[in-house]
Ligand binder design. Structure first.
Ligand SMILES: [Zn+2]
Length: 354
């Protein structure tokens, strides 16, 4: 053992994470603490501008910060370009993404490409993108997961999140539960492909997923405590990804299934909903307790069937046979060759997805 030690690792984490009741009122202090130079640019959409965008603008103005508001219509390259142009025109020094998904994704990409920091202010807790460095962007009408940047700060107001449609919160739970199968896939890739593995990242992600599984009774509509648990769990998943330096701890075969369904289904469901259903099926392939995942999702009120996802049985089967082709470098239980049509159909039937 006289080899020279050559390992190195960079971990990029948010500097400030605030989760809780009416923490939105602290957004001005957060900007000041981070020495963010004005002007700033708030990105929202028609709905989230009213929910929180206007309030954020008011709070920042009250704190003497010069901010501008911009609305986007979709998370696509056109909107990203428009935000980048606006950043240039205003000479903006930071961006705030205010929304459930799309405004945050656009803010994350446009700020990344403009080399300025961004703050995440989620109005819903439907996926871990509110904390992670990855963005879901529509390319040629299909959703793609792109690398952007980790938020410099996250301000997650549970009072606002609790008022968002419950479907979004339930979807967030699906994205958290997906950690369990994602970590199993990662361990498999470490054993079979000698893939780099982080014990701390995998333990944090797995623990967060299992906590959600064991405490699914706590997630109920209209209760701020539920928003609190889900938002905190999504933050933990995001931190696990930051520690790993990739989405590996929170994205495995169940995410491949979800991305495949995004490409195949005529009308895909929410990301977290699809990942939850994917986690049931992938847990079956891993030989684990898939019924426990199914029961937890039913408890929460998240979909467990193709019908509830609003997709066709045939679309689920086709997505299962196609899933291994998504990010083929990321080895999972689906292997290099994926499932045959017959095996996919059996899997979906046994796990009562179709
Ligand atoms: Zn996800």
């Amino acid at each position: 053992m006289n080899e020279t030690f050559t390992k190195s690792k960079t971990t990029e984490l948010p500097r400030i994470i605030m989760v809780g009741h009416e923490v939105i009122n602290e957004v001005g202090n957060v900007c000041i603490r981070l020495h963010l130079e004005k002007p700033g640019l708030i990105i929202s959409d028609e709905i989230t501008k009213k929910i929180a965008g206007e309030k954020v603008e008011q709070i920042l103005s009250d704190n003497g910060l010069d901010v501008h508001q911009m609305m986007i219509t979709d998370a696509n390259s056109d909107n990203i370009s428009q935000v980048k142009d606006q950043i240039k025109e205003l000479k903006a020094n930071f961006v705030l993404g205010v929304g459930g998904g799309r405004p945050i994704d656009v803010a994350k990409c446009a700020s990344h490409e403009s080399n300025i920091p961004f703050l995440s202010i989620p109005t819903a807790a439907s996926h871990d993108g509110i904390v992670s460095g990855r963005a879901s962007i529509s390319v040629d009408g299909k959703r793609k997961s792109l690398t952007a940047q980790t938020p410099l700060a996250v301000v997650a107001d549970t009072n606002i999140i609790a008022q968002s449609p419950y479907r979004l919160l339930a979807a967030g739970c699906g994205d958290v539960v997906a950690n369990i199968t994602a970590v199993m896939d990662w361990k498999l890739a470490q054993r079979l492909k000698n893939e780099e593995f982080s014990s701390s990242a995998s333990m944090l992600a797995d623990l967060t997923g299992r906590f959600m599984l064991d405490n699914s009774d706590m997630i109920k509509p209209g209760i701020e405590d539920s928003a609190w648990y889900v938002a905190k769990a999504l933050v933990s998943s995001g931190v696990a990804m930051s520690i790993a330096g990739s989405s590996r701890p929170a994205s495995g075969s169940e995410h491949k299934f979800s991305h495949a369904l995004d490409e195949i289904a005529e009308k895909p469901a929410l990301h977290g909903e699809q990942c939850g259903v994917g986690a049931i099926m992938m847990m079956y392939l891993h030989g684990g307790d898939w019924m426990k995942i199914r029961e937890a999702l039913i408890n929460i009120g998240a979909p467990t069937t193709a019908k509830r996802l609003g997709v066709g049985d045939d679309e689920v089967v086709r997505a299962l046979t196609y899933a291994h082709k998504i990010s083929p470098d990321r080895y999972t239980i689906l292997g290099d060759n994926g499932l045959s049509h017959e095996a996919a159909e059996n899997l979906a039937r046994i796990t009562q997805v179709i």
